[in-house]
Write a protein that binds this ligand. Structure first.
Ligand SMILES: [Zn+2]
Length: 206
């Protein structure tokens, strides 16, 4: 009919969730043997490092779960290999107890983090006190006193860090525990063990 307008029906937007797929994850744990030649006595020894990594894959529209799983596993494998490549531990030499230079660096880095946490603890305490108590100002929360304590701890920590020699008691610890805390083994012993445990019918390496 001319001149007649049709009513416009407005529908509110109703989101309808449609699942588009799922995320599949895979976790891989792997280990590697680290070969070390002692910088002090020349002893060849080994220790093991372990790493765990997770990978993910999208199973779009639930069409191919096995492919998503395989992608997740591949990603986890790549990540675990990357981690293992740069993973080292401070493990002393079974013969002389010496930590190698790169291990001493690791120990120093760990110690700096620990000492920094100890020095920061008084300041954290002040923040907690300021937030949780009736203290109206930082001074009332004890900031001047605890800052002085933190500074004293930092100075003591710095002196300890700079004067500490990780190889000072090398001989003693090698005599006490030639396994490096259960982690180290002389390379010759490790190879004998590996040969004894190898499957008898394993194909020879070419
Ligand atoms: Zn050594």
């Amino acid at each position: 009919m001319p001149g007649q307008t049709l009513p416009v029906m407005l529908f509110p937007a109703m989101p309808i969730p449609i699942p588009l797929g799922e995320k599949v994850t895979a976790t891989v744990t792997a280990q590697a043997v680290r070969d070390v030649t002692c910088e002090k006595c020349g002893c060849a020894y080994v220790y093991v490092v372990r790493a765990t990594a997770t990978g993910g894959g999208e199973n779009l529209l639930f069409l191919n779960e096995s492919r998503a799983r395989s992608r997740a596993r591949s990603q986890a494998n790549v990540r675990v290999r990357d981690q293992l490549r740069q993973l080292y531990r401070p493990v002393w030499c079974p013969d002389c107890g010496n930590y190698q230079a790169h291990m001493v660096k690791l120990l120093k880095r760990r110690r700096i983090i620990q000492l920094a946490c100890i020095a920061a603890a008084p300041l954290l305490w002040v923040v907690l006190k300021y937030c949780m108590s009736d203290a109206a100002t930082w001074t009332e929360a004890g900031l001047p006193f605890w800052s002085a304590v933190a500074a004293a701890l930092a100075v003591a920590g710095a002196i300890y860090h700079l004067t500490r020699d990780d190889n000072a008691k090398a001989t003693e610890r090698a005599q006490r525990d030639p396994t490096g805390g259960g982690a180290a083994m002389r390379k010759a012993d490790f190879e004998k063990l590996a040969a004894a445990n190898a499957p008898a019918n394993a194909p020879a390496k070419t």
